[in-house]
Design a protein around this ligand. Structure first.
Ligand code: CDP
Ligand code: MG
Length: 132
C-alpha cells in the first residue's frame, strides 16, 4: 500500500486545527498508521527543506517551523501521495480552492497548516527522516 508523510505545522497547533486535519485524512478514507508530536530544530529543517535552504526566506521558514510543535504522521492508502496533495491544496493558501485544507485555513504561502510529501520516493525518505 502506498504511504506518505503528512505533518501538521505549528500554526495548526496554535489554532487548534490538528483534529481538523486528521478528520479530513480519515474522512477521505486514508489510514493513519503512526503519529507523533515533535519539536523540530534547524538541522532537520535544513534536510527536510533542502530545496529551499539557500532561499532568502529560509530563516523565516525556520522561525515558523520551530515556533511550536508539529505532528508527523504516516498515512496509507491507494494513490495517497497525490490524494493528500489534492486535499491539502497548493502551497499558497490564497490560490488554494475552498474545500482544500490550505484553501479553507491558510491565506498565504508561508504559514499553510500542513506538509505532505510530493512524490512516492520523497515520502519514503521523509518517513525515514522522521520515524527512523
Ligand atoms: O509545502 P509545499 O510542498 O506545497 O511547498 P514547498 O515549495 O515544498 O515549500 C515548503 C514550505 O516552505 C511551504 O509549505 C511554506 O511553508 C514554505 N515556503 C515559504 O514560506 N515561502 C515560499 N516562497 C515557498 C515555500
Ligand atoms: Mg514540498
Amino acid at each position: 500500500m502506498e504511504r506518505t508523510y503528512i505533518m501538521t505545522k505549528p500554526d495548526a497547533y496554535e489554532r487548534g486545527l490538528i483534529g481538523e486535519v486528521i478528520s479530513r485524512i480519515e474522512n477521505k478514507g486514508y489510514k493513519i498508521t503512526d503519529m507523533k508530536m515533535m519539536n523540530l530544530d534547524e538541522a532537520i529543517l535544513k534536510e527536510h527543506y533542502a530545496h529551499l535552504a539557500d532561499k532568502p526566506f529560509f530563516p523565516e521558514i525556520v522561525t515558523y517551523m520551530t515556533s511550536g510543535p508539529v505532528v508527523g504522521m504516516i498515512v496509507e492508502g491507494q494513490n495517497v501521495v497525490t490524494g493528500m496533495r489534492n486535499i491539502m491544496g497548493p502551497t499558497d493558501g490564497l490560490e488554494a480552492a475552498s474545500g482544500t485544507i490550505r484553501g479553507d485555513f491558510a491565506h498565504n504561502k508561508n504559514e499553510n497548516i500542513v506538509h505532505g510529501s510530493d512524490s512516492v520516493e520523497n515520502a519514503e525518505i521523509e518517513i525515514k527522516r522522521f520515524f527512523g
